[in-house]
Design a protein around this ligand. Sequence first.
Ligand code: SF4
Length: 416
Amino acid sequence: MTFPIPVVSAPPGEETGAGLKDIQHYMRDGTLQLSALPPLSLYVHLPWCLKKCPYCDFNSHEAQGELPEQRYLDALMADLEASLPLIWGRTVHSIFIGGGTPSLFSPQAIDRLLGDIRARLRLEPDCEITLEANPGTFEKHRFKAFRSAGVTRLSVGVQSFDDRHLKALGRVHDRAQALAAVEEAAQAFDTFNLDIMYALPGQTLENLEQDMRQALALQPPHISIYHLTVEPNTYFAKYPPALPEEDVAYAMLDRITELTGVAGMDRYEISAYAKSGHRCLHNLNYWKFGDYLGIGAGAHSKLSFAHRVVRQVRFREPRLYMDKALAGTPVAQDHEVSRAELPFEFMLNALRLREGFKLQDFSDRTGLPLTAIQAGLDEAERRGLIERDFARVRPTERGFDFLNDLQMLFLDPDQS
Ligand code: SF4
C-alpha cells in the first residue's frame, strides 16, 4: 500500500522474462568499484485486496473467492530459492510484507511464510519484520496471531478517521473499524505505524487537523503521511475528484509537521514521523540506498555486486507470477543501473532523509567517485537547498520544501 522507495523504471523494451541469470553474469568485471556490499532487506509482496481503491496504482488485485494461499507461498519460496545465489552469505536486516493487503492472509499462512524464510536466509537476531494490515480485514485477535507468527511491527492503512473521506477514498473500512484496529495494534505490538493521507477530496484544513488530532491521540510510535495524488491508469485519473488547492495542501503539511512535533515525533524523512527508537529500519535501508530482494508478484529488487548495481521486477499478474515462479523464472525485467543513472537514483532516496547522507556512503553504495555529484552539490548549495561539511550532506528546510528541484540537479542531462 505505501510505497517508500522511489523507483526509476527500467527502460522500455527490457521485459525479458528470461528468469534469473547465472551468478557469473552478475559477478563479471564492470566499471563500478563497490568496496563492500550494503545491508540487505527482504520485501515480500502479497498482491490481493478486498476491493481496488480508486486512487491505487500499486500492484493490487481484487480477491475473487478464496485466496490461493498455499500455492502463492510455494511460488514465493521457489522465487526465493532461485534468487539465493544472488545474495549468498548475506544477512537480512529487515523484512517487509507489503501489498496489496497482506493481512488478508491468515496468521497460519504468515507463520508458514516466516518459517520458510528463516529456513533459507540468515536473519539478524533483532530483524524487524513489518506486515501491512488494513482495518477492513481486522477481526479480534488477528493482529495478536500475526505477532505470534513472528511479525514485530504492524503498519495499519488507516488513511483517515473521517467516514466521509474514507468513503471518498473508496476504502472498505469506516472510522469505528479504524479505531478498533489501531487499538488492537497498540496492544499486540511494541511498535506500529499508521498510514495517513491528506489533501483528500473535499477535505478542509480543519478536517485534516481533526484527523491528525485523532491519530495522535492514539499515540502511534510512527506515522507515514502521504499527499493524495492522482496517478495515471487509476479510476481517479479517469474521473478526477475535486481536490484541495495547492496552497491549502501546503498549509496542511505545515500543520501536520507542527502537530506531530508537539506530540514528540520527529520528521526524519519527507513523509515519515517517528518517536525516538521507532524509525522504520526497512524503509531507512531503501532511503540509504541499501539492497533489497523483492519476491512476489510485481516486486522490485535492487542488488549490488562488486562491479554493478542491478534492478529486477517480478511478473506482475499474480497467476502468471505463480506459474513463472514455480517454473523457476519469476523475473520479468532485469536491468543494470548505468553509471549515468546512479547519482540520481542515490539522491532520489538519500535526500528524502532529514539527516541526509555521508559522502562516504555515496561512494560505497554507487561505486562512483564523489566527482560524479560535485557539480550538483555546488549548485544545490548555491541555491540554499543543502548544507554540507567535509563528511555529510543534508537538505535544508528549503531543500525539503523543494525536494523535486533538489533531486533533479543530479539527473543526467541525457535522461532529463
Ligand atoms: S487497500 Fe487500496 S490502496 Fe491499498 S493496495 Fe489495496 S487497493 Fe491499493
